[in-house]
Design a protein around this ligand. Structure first.
Ligand code: FES
Length: 118
């Protein structure tokens, strides 16, 4: 049953009122990541909403805002899909997936990150 339609990269995705954006994206097999399972702890479900939607969505909670601040490449259009509840007011929400890049791994066999002794 489709209550609202949202737009992922301009393509319609069916969603139900009351579910999270993350839930709708999972059902649509969008490839959205969610390492923490939707508990606002990992940031992998990050999306970038269209500019005209950034101000229309309810403000992020303190937890969401804190997590968004520490993610690489954070900007005002970023939100967490697990923290957006869909309803009639979000019909037509336009966004794209924007999983933050993972941190580069440094191994002990790669000395390039080490300081030169003075
Ligand atoms: S799924 Fe982890 S923060 Fe949204």
């Amino acid at each position: 049953m489709t209550d609202v339609t949202i737009l992922l990269d301009g393509q319609p995705v069916a969603a139900e009122c009351g579910e999270t954006l993350l839930s709708a994206l999972r059902r649509a097999e969008s490839g959205v990541r969610s390492i923490c399972g939707g508990r606002c702890a990992c940031g992998t479900c990050r999306v970038a909403v269209a500019a005209d939607w950034a101000a229309r969505l309810p403000a992020p909670s303190r937890n969401e805002a804190r997590l968004l601040q520490v993610l690489p490449g954070a900007g005002p259009a970023h939100r967490l899909a697990c923290q957006i509840t869909l309803n009639q007011e979000t019909a037509g929400l336009s966004f794209r997936l924007d999983t933050p890049p993972t941190r580069p791994r440094v191994t002990t066999s790669d000395p390039s990150h080490m300081e030169t002794p003075s």
